[in-house]
Design a protein around this ligand. Structure first.
Ligand code: FAD
Length: 400
């Protein structure tokens, strides 16, 4: 399955730089083998490596070659499902706990970035979520009240107030603080480089196939031979879901663009992350090279689009939306891509132990906040594997 097609932007920001060597020889035994070398696999290995565990990552593609390279790099504590909606769905205590976990994960991602040798272009940003229509104003007000009540940093702008900040006017906007933007590709490559120095073994072009339970351990059969491990973690993204039962997910596809660099972005208040209340939503951010990254136009089809012409057309539609918001900017698409995009039916990620199989774990961070889920999920899996108490695990477990 193609996870993405078209021309990706992020890999061009690391061209020609070899960051890790990779491994050829399989060790006798690993504490954990992680299947998938994307954002989820890299962050899980990072978190487990802090505990001194002996780890291998296997990926059937190149490391970071899956959905993570199509990621637009927004790190937000607000979710596709608003806090007040999540409260209605799972109750106040659990919903607030989940939002707090996401908020903490953004801080932790910055902490991880700070330990890396490579610049990941992680910059803290505020987010501006505008009301797409007048009917959505009430929803934004409700969300503002819910966020403030539970101590999240937020501000509300009326239509009049918006005029003071941005070149486009919408019926209202909700501002949240403490989010961030990142170059996800440089971030993962930086983590992998760090991991290799810590003794983690990285096997590219290595496909995980069968799993055999063996006494107190596991034998993972792969395209290059068997790996003996105490634990297996599937961080396989939207590609393969090697779980017996169907979990409540929906794989769609989405589009994104990167523009040519823009000389003057001063009309873009604080280079905030911008998104909207409509679903599916348009979202946009800037980069350190003065480009705009934007995405949206989700379609109800699981496989990444094949036609270049189709992808270019979708890219131009996103470009037109941007030009409407920022008529003063000279916006021209340089890269456009289309990619599979997974969501869970209840808007929460799937993280935890297989319901019936011992020592087999999953980190499937479905949703627009995938990276934040990868971070918070790595903490949960660390505790489950090390038999530590974790009160958050219940919220995101697979058989919920
Ligand atoms: C267009 C787009 C924009 C997005 N924007 C954002 C954003 O702004 N912010 C955000 O937080 N998230 C965003 N996401 C979501 C984010 O990209 C995902 O959450 C993230 O990439 C998931 O990482 P992963 O490691 O789980 O998956 P992947 O990066 O896909 O990694 C999984 C890896 O597993 C490997 N694999 C699968 N099966 C096997 C096997 N049997 N053997 C060996 N290897 C295997 C694959 O080759 C792959 O490399 C976006 C996604 C898309 C598509």
């Amino acid at each position: 399955m193609d996870l993405h097609n078209g021309s990706l932007f992020w890999p061009t920001t690391l061209e020609g730089e070899q960051v890790f060597k990779g491994k050829q020889k399989i060790d006798k035994h690993y504490d954990a083998v992680i299947v998938g070398g994307g954002m989820s696999g890299a962050l899980t290995a990072y978190t487990l490596a802090q505990e001194g565990l002996h780890i291998a990552i296997v990926d059937k593609r190149e490391m970071a070659g899956g959905s993570s390279s199509a990621n637009t790099g927004l790190l937000q504590f607000s979710n596709d499902i608003m806090l007040h909606e999540l409260i209605e769905q799972i109750g106040e205590k659990k919903a607030v706990k989940f939002y707090k976990l996401c908020q903490k994960a953004v801080d932790q991602l910055e902490g991880v970035s700070d330990t890396l040798l490579r610049d990941t272009d992680l910059i803290r940003r505020k987010s501006i979520c505008y009301a797409s229509t007048k009917e959505h104003v009430q929803k934004l007000q409700k969300e503002y009240e819910a966020l403030i009540k539970h101590g999240f940093p937020a501000e509300y702008w009326t239509e009049e107030e918006m005029k003071e900040h941005l070149p486009f006017v919408k019926p209202a906007a909700l501002i949240t603080y403490g989010d961030a933007e990142v170059n996800p590709y440089r971030f993962i490559q930086g983590i992998l480089e760090y991991l290799e120095q810590k003794g983690v073994h990285l096997f590219e072009h290595t496909e995980a196939k069968e799993v055999e339970e063996q006494g107190s351990g596991i034998l993972l059969h792969t395209s290059i031979g068997p790996f003996s491990a105490s634990n297996i973690i599937y961080a396989t993204g939207y590609d393969t879901i090697p779980i017996d039962e169907k979990i409540g997910s929906d794989i769609n596809r989405s589009y994104a663009i990167a523009t040519e660099p823009i000389e003057d972005l001063s009309s873009w208040e604080d280079r905030a992350i911008i998104w909207e209340t409509k679903r599916p939503y348009l979202y946009l951010r800037t980069t350190v090279d003065n480009c705009i990254i934007a995405g949206g136009l989700d379609e109800d089809k699981p496989e990444a689009p094949q036609s270049e012409e189709w992808i270019v057309n979708r890219g131009q539609r996103i470009q037109n939306e941007l030009r409407k918001l920022f008529p003063d900017l000279s916006i021209n698409v340089a890269y456009s891509w289309g990619a599979s995009f997974g969501e869970s039916l209840d808007n929460l990620p799937f993280i935890g132990k297989h319901p019936h199989k011992e020592r087999q774990y999953y980190l499937l961070g479905y949703g627009g906040n995938g990276t934040v889920y990868s971070m918070l999920g790595s903490n949960i899996l660390r505790d489950l594997i090390l038999d530590r108490q974790n009160e958050d695990a219940e919220l995101v477990k697979l058989d919920r």
